[in-house]
Design a binder for this molecule. Structure first.
Ligand SMILES: [Zn+2]
Length: 182
């Protein structure tokens, strides 16, 4: 893997896209009307467009480690505001996944000082490890999505602009590729 692979892949993407629809890029430059705002983890195995086969222009995506919907996160709040107020998306998806390193770090603790702040945010909404030692990584991923759905429902931007916009949680199973609705 090197930079040339990215350029080579991009050339193939252009070629295949034009073969399917010669007018595609003319349409793309006209603007976006995504139906869904999607919050996903940064994990390289969980690319939302790839795992759902959604075409360009259909998902407005925000990603952070362990898909956190925090109202204190100005980047997430900006994405949510733009999606609801200006793009007027029809639904919001929180897309968690099994085998999440961010959740494992929050559960077990982590040394890196640079990660402490964010990992502490993830931990806030997980059960107490001492009181729940038997929870599996998959159960924690599930709990994390459900908690973030609750967080989103309370987010001031959602309260102001989210009337009629459904919030849906999914768990992507790395071991099978299945996207499970929660
Ligand atoms: Zn993750």
């Amino acid at each position: 893997m090197n930079n040339d692979d990215l350029v080579k892949g991009n050339r193939q993407f252009i070629q295949q896209t034009r073969d399917q629809n010669p007018d595609f890029f003319n349409q793309l430059k006209e603007g976006q009307q995504p139906h869904t705002f999607l919050l996903a983890c940064c994990d390289s195995r969980v690319d939302p467009s790839v795992i759902t086969k959604m075409p360009l222009g259909s998902l407005f995506v925000h990603r952070n480690i362990a898909n956190q919907a925090s109202e204190e996160d100005t980047s997430f709040t900006a994405s949510l505001t733009y999606a609801l107020k200006h793009l007027k998306v029809k639904q919001i998806v929180i897309n968690g996944h099994t085998g999440c390193g961010g959740i494992a770090a929050a559960w077990k603790g982590i040394e890196d000082p640079e990660l402490q702040g964010w990992v502490g945010e993830i931990r806030k909404h997980l059960p107490n490890p001492k009181e729940n030692p038997d929870l599996t990584p998959e159960a924690l991923s599930r709990i994390n999505v459900l908690k973030q759905m609750e967080q989103l429902k309370k987010h001031p931007v959602y309260l102001q602009y989210g009337a009629g916009v459904d919030i849906i949680g999914y768990l992507f199973h790395l071991e099978s590729g299945e996207l499970e609705k929660l």
